[in-house]
Design a protein around this ligand. Structure first.
Ligand code: SAM
Ligand code: DTB
Ligand code: SF4
Length: 338
């Protein structure tokens, strides 16, 4: 039986990355079956509830004021409009509704509307996730009280490469927010982006950070960089196409995340629209068990419902209808005693 470990060393993680691909996939698939149903995929919908005009300088992001992208800044959406979109997502078969705001952090004056949104979406029976930037302990408590299931805040990459991507907040700021979320009793969703020009060693550092947190994030999104024109990294990739992440290396990252954080949901997030069906299938084999459906992510295009249902049908995979009892039970066993 696989032991849940939080004492992974960088060397062990590097050794996993180095395994022959077939062996790595076999190990990841074996661990996957122990904790999850390998034929089931959780379908999630993303909605940008406040778009653009963000003061942070994340080099990948179309929503930063520093980016020369075509994204128009908007105000926070009305509560009712968000609830309408959540209802549509549920009708379209989504089980989880993730909401993102282009903020450095929410202002206290935003919190009442955010709380209403969480309550409303949850009342529809959807799993809720929000990503609003940095959170104070008090804001995290308010979200918990409202019933928020998950909070997403990515470490994005390894600690060494991080400062090449973002300068307006540091790695420790990210970890502090994750701790505030954990302390409030909200499930942690934290992952990052592969393909930003980082090295294998940076990807090792990225997985190492997450896999050695005191408790693993319950949810680990692995994004492939969506290169957006006008962003630092999008333009860099346009100039140096060879810097694009190799598909096999992307799948390796998913597999290593699955092996080191066996119980977590591993989410094949941004970047699927430029991935072949075969690469996506390898990601599922490597232990990814969640995707974003719909034709838009926050601002970037996504694969789209029709191609997703065709892919799942072709692979004989089905949509997860409720949290897997096996995983829920194993997670509960690991709850620290009160
Ligand atoms: N403003 C909040 C924050 O950054 O914490 C929430 C929204 S932000 C868009 C959420 C995450 O989306 C980022 O941390 C990053 O990992 C991912 N992301 C943003 N732009 C991306 C891109 N062009 N390609 C891949 N992932 C991206
Ligand atoms: C995450 O890790 N990926 C999602 C979600 N968390 C919020 C966001 C992907 C954003 C892709 C780029 C865009 O749509 O602008
Ligand atoms: Fe702002 Fe989030 Fe984009 Fe960074 S990733 S610029 S914090 S919206």
């Amino acid at each position: 039986m696989t032991e849940i470990r939080t004492d992974w060393t960088r060397e062990e993680i590097a050794d996993l990355f180095d395994l022959p691909f077939t062996e790595l996939l076999f190990r990841a698939a074996t661990v996957h079956r122990e904790f999850h149903s390998p034929e089931q995929i959780q379908l999630c919908t993303l909605l940008s509830i406040k778009t653009g005009g963000c003061p942070e300088d994340c080099g990948y992001c179309s929503q930063s004021v520093k980016a020369d992208s075509e994204v128009e800044a908007t105000k926070l959406m009305e509560v009712q409009s968000v609830l309408q979109r959540a209802a549509q997502a549920k009708d379209a078969g989504s089980q989880r509704f993730c909401m993102g705001a282009a903020w450095r952090n929410p202002k206290d004056r935003d919190m009442p509307a955010i709380v209403e949104i969480v309550k409303g979406v949850r009342a529809m029976g959807l799993e809720t996730c929000m990503t609003l930037g940095m959170l104070t302990p008090k804001q995290a408590d308010m979200l918990k009280e409202a019933g928020l299931d998950y909070y997403n805040h990515n470490v994005d990459t390894g600690p060494e490469y991080y400062e090449r991507v973002i300068s307006t907040r540091n790695y420790q700021d990210r970890l502090d927010t994750l701790q505030n979320v954990r302390d409030a009793g909200i499930n942690v969703c934290s992952g990052g982006i592969v393909g930003m020009g980082e090295t294998r060693e940076d990807r090792v550092g990225f997985v190492h950070t997450l896999a050695t947190l005191e408790r693993h994030p319950e949810s680990v999104p692995v994004n492939a960089l969506v290169p957006v024109k006008g962003t630092v990294l999008g333009d860099m990739l346009a100039d140096t196409p060879l810097a694009k992440i190799d598909d096999i290396e992307f799948v390796r990252t998913v597999a290593v995340a699955r092996i080191t954080m066996s119980m977590s949901m591993v989410r094949l997030s941004a970047g699927r629209e430029s991935m072949s069906e075969a690469t996506q299938a390898l990601c599922f084999m490597a232990g990814a068990n969640s995707i974003f459906t719909g034709d838009k992510l926050l601002t970037a295009p996504n694969a789209g419902d029709d191609s997703d249902s065709a892919l799942l049908a072709k692979l004989g995979m089905t949509a997860l209808q409720q949290e897997e009892p096996m995983r829920a039970c194993k997670m509960a066993e690991r709850e620290p005693a009160e």
